[in-house]
Each structure stands twice: as C-alpha cells, then as structure tokens.
Design a protein around this ligand. Structure first.
Ligand code: AMP
Ligand code: MG
Length: 373
C-alpha cells in the first residue's frame, strides 16, 4: 500500500487540506494524525472493519481497546448508554485536552473498537489538526497511538513513517506533539473513579474536580511480578520497549551517576554499544568518558555523525522541568534503537505530579528493571 504523506500547517489550514483524509476515514481507511499527546492512528469508530485494520497495521492484540476521539461534547451522546454527571464535570475542566474517560458504551460502537468490552474510552483532543479532522470527517475517530505495537509511541510524523509506512493510507504531518505522553485515562464506570493510566492531567488536578478519585493499583506497581491485573487492557502488555536492555537506577544522585558510569565503562570494555538517558544535572558527570557522543534534548538525535562513538549520552532536559522530560522521552527511546544500543542506563525521575506518568512509561520500557543504589 502506498502511504500518502500530507503536511498541514495548523496555523494556516483550510477544509481543502482535509478533504482526502476525511474521505479516506469515511471509507473505512486509516489516517495517522497529530494530537497534543502523541500521534494517533485513526479509523471510523463505527466501522468494525476499520478497527480490525487498525489492529492489523499496528500488530496490536485485538483485546486492547481503542480510544474514540470526538471534537465537541455533544458528540459523546451516541457513543454511550448514559452520561454520568462526573463526565460533564471533567469535560468542563479538562476538555479539549489530554484526558480520556471510560464510560458504558452504546450499541452503536462495535465490540471490535472496544476490544470486546462493554465500555468505551472517549477523548476530545485539543490539537487543532485533530479537532478539524474529526469535524471534517463527521464521524467519531477510533485511534490508538500510531506506533507499531510494543514500540515507543510516536511524537513526530517521522516516527510514524518509521513504524507504519506502507501499512496505512495516509499520515498527516503536523509537527511534534507538545505533551509527548499519552492521555490520562479515568474510569468513570466505577466508584470511586480510578486513574487507569497516569498522564499530563495529574491526580492532584483531577481531585479538584473529583475529590475521591484514586489510582488503579496496577498504576503504582513497581515490579513485574506483582500479581495485579491492569484494568486498562493495554497496560498489561510489554510497552515502549527499546530493543536494548534498559535499566533504571534510583537513589542518591551521586550514587546513581557513579553506578551508571561504572556500568558504561564495563560494557564499553566488553565491546558493546551503550546508551545513557540522563538530565542536564547529571550529564556533565559523564563528560570524561572517552569516545562518548552527547545528544541534547533530541535536537540532533538521529544524525549519524560521529558514527564510531560507542557511548551515547542523551540529555533529555532539566530534572526541574518535567514537561520537557515528558515531551522528549519517546524520542529518546527511539534514538537508542537507531544507534543500536545494546545496553541503556537511565536515571530515575521523581514520582508525583507529571513525574508519575514519566516513571510509569519508563518503568514499562525497562520491563520494571529498577535498581536501587
Ligand atoms: P493507546 O491509544 O495506544 O494509548 O491505547 C489506548 C489505551 O486505552 C490502552 O491502554 C487501552 O487499554 C485503554 N482503553 C481503551 N478503552 C478502554 C476501556 N474501555 N476500558 C479500559 N481501558 C481502555
Ligand atoms: Mg499505545
């Protein structure tokens, strides 16, 4: 299949820009598009064939439900069996934006879209291209993250091309996703409401609207073996994993950077390619490693210069600026694949606030391989 790549400038767009994409979606075809969280792989949410195509294109297990995207609140009505008062409250505060709500589904939504569940996940993205695409198509759009299943989510059109070129009908290139981590998922079908996946909208923010909301226990787990089944089916799969072996080191920053450096030198000695995921604060501690290449914030990530380097120190940003770390995380994980890192060492980030979402993704990427030092 030939994948059409369509550039759209969010600050200067017209209906004409969306004509082909909207027609493709109405015909049951697949279009990847930017949102403020990550890129989505969209299909008609009412069309079971379109949903089946999404699973096939991603190589995603078909029991892992899709998120249905709408462009205004009234579009929720045909999708759900009833609208709880909590949904209106969350919508008033956080929509459009990076929040997904789980509600009881209506019969109009096929089980293929919801991975066989009687509930449906719904989100109203704030990205102007996503919003316009849904409006122009005139249908709700089912869209999981636009990555091959198991790989880090895509935050740039180039990532989508890497994973899905030739497997879908169109990719809309609208630049980088600002937030860089997937939406917060809240289950409103249980009381108290539960956070099934942490994201940019934090527990603290949600409690201002729903004071008794809690994390699902699976969100807080820190080891692979803890016997807790995630309520969001997608959270149980191996996820975001780079091809190299990723380990997170936590503890006092002197001990963390000391241990990482020791590990790097050991692996280097043994002839391996090594990656380090670090911050502005710790990056300088690695400056005396010979033949290391330093990458800052993804700006020159992917360039093949200094190709004979064996150690790649990827500085993702300041530990003080969690939004910057969130925005660059998936790009960094993809970079380590590109340079074929065999071992990757990451420092841990503070949990709480947005750090909860960052560490949730990083721990999954590491298969919960966390070492306290
Ligand atoms: P993605 O868009 O790739 O981030 O995947 C969507 C996420 O939403 C997955 O983790 C799903 O398991 C979760 N999800 C979607 N629908 C539901 C639902 N009805 N109940 C629980 N989790 C859901
Ligand atoms: Mg995903």
């Amino acid at each position: 299949m030939k994948t059409v790549i369509k550039k759209i400038d969010a600050s200067n767009m017209s209906s004409e820009d969306f004509k082909e994409a909207a027609e493709l979606l109405r015909a049951g075809k697949l279009v990847a598009f930017p949102t403020e969280t990550v890129y989505g792989l969209g299909g008609n949410a009412y069309d079971s064939t379109a949903s089946a195509r999404i699973y096939a294109a991603k190589g995603r297990p078909s029991d892992n439900p899709l998120i249905v995207h709408i462009s205004e609140f009234s579009e929720i009505e045909p999708l759900v069996s009833h609208i709880p008062e909590e949904a209106r409250r969350l919508s008033d505060r956080f929509w459009p934006g990076p929040l997904t709500m789980i509600l009881d589904k209506s019969d109009a939504i096929p089980k293929e879209t919801t991975g066989g569940l009687d509930t449906v996940a719904i989100r109203m993205p704030s990205h102007p291209i996503a919003n316009r695409l849904i409006k122009e198509a005139g249908i709700p759009i089912a869209a999981p993250s636009a990555n091959a299943s198991g790989r880090p989510s895509t935050t740039k059109a180039e990532h989508v091309i890497e994973d899905l070129d030739g497997r879908i009908d169109m990719i809309i290139d609208g630049g980088s996703s600002d937030i860089g981590l997937e939406s917060t998922i809240v289950d409103l079908t249980v009381k108290p409401a539960l956070i099934l996946r942490p994201g940019y909208i934090t527990l603290e923010m949600l409690r201002e609207a729903l004071p008794d909301i809690e994390y699902d226990r699976a969100v807080l787990k820190r080891t692979k073996d803890e016997n807790i089944v995630a309520k969001a089916p997608g959270m149980k799969y191996r996820h975001y994993a780079p091809k190299g072996d990723l380990t997170i080191f936590e503890g006092d920053i002197d001990a963390v950077s000391g241990t990482i450096k020791k590990k790097v030198l050991e692996k280097l000695e043994a002839g391996h390619v090594v990656g380090v995921l670090t911050s502005d604060e710790l990056a300088k501690r690695y400056s005396d490693i010979t033949n290391a290449r330093f990458i800052h914030g993804g700006s020159n990530a992917g360039s093949k210069e200094n190709a004979d380097a064996r150690v790649f120190i990827y500085d993702i940003g300041s530990r003080e600026n969690e939004a910057e770390i969130a925005a660059g995380l998936f790009d960094a994980l993809r970079f380590f694949d590109e340079i074929k890192a065999e071992f990757i060492y990451a420092e841990g980030f503070t949990e709480g606030g947005l750090g909860q979402a960052i560490m949730n993704r990083l721990m999954k990427a590491a298969g919960y391989h966390i070492v306290e030092v």
